[in-house]
Design a binder for this molecule. Sequence first.
Ligand code: AP5
Ligand code: MG
Length: 188
Amino acid sequence: MLNVVLFGPPGAGKGTQSERLITKYGLVHLSTGDIFRANIKGQTALGQLAKSYIDKGALVPDEVTIGLLTSEVEKHEDPKGFIFDGFPRTTAQAEALDKYLDARNTPITMMLSLVVPEDELKTRLLERAKTSGRTDDADPKIIENRIATYHKETAPVANFYGAQDKLHTIDGVGSIDSITERLYAVIG
Ligand code: AP5
Ligand code: MG
């Protein structure tokens, strides 16, 4: 199995590049952000809970997110592999994912970390705000909070995979096609 953690700050291109990788490698795309947004749209209890955090640019609590992720993994019978997009986002989530995947004998193969300067992230998110309908894109203050949360709670997750020799950093600036090529070159 090919299990890839596609990592990076808000607006780094995780979702955009995931779409390409799933086609090329036949993987399942699991984005916790997309799942939360679908629940908000469907007005579920999970959606209501998630919205209260997303609208502040804060993280949804680990116990909620970890349970959600593992139940999504289990929906797929005999997958070729997964792209985890936006998960794990805390060291506790990474530890829980490792434990869960080890028990299934399907460990994380690699983390691909997209590196994009902060100014470029803000430009991308504010541009997307014009059409996305995402409440967390619409307000520069929320974007600031998302980026601050990334530095404080999420960035350490790269060290977690670095310690396992699974971390690959990729320049996330340039055309979408050129970045896809960089990712293909690392995955092989
Ligand atoms: P999530 O949905 O994961 O959002 P995010 O990490 O803030 O990132 P985005 O989805 O905004 O960016 P992306 O990296 O996918 O980039 P994209 O390809 O869209 O999470 C949302 C919220 O949910 C969190 O804040 C949190 O509250 C909660 N949450 C989610 N997961 C959680 C977890 N595990 N634990 C706790 N809470 C969780 O690209 C962005 C834009 O840039 C697009 O418009 C795109 O067209 C454009 N673009 C892409 N590539 C390029 C390029 N090369 N050049 C120019 N523009 C580009
Ligand atoms: Mg995304």
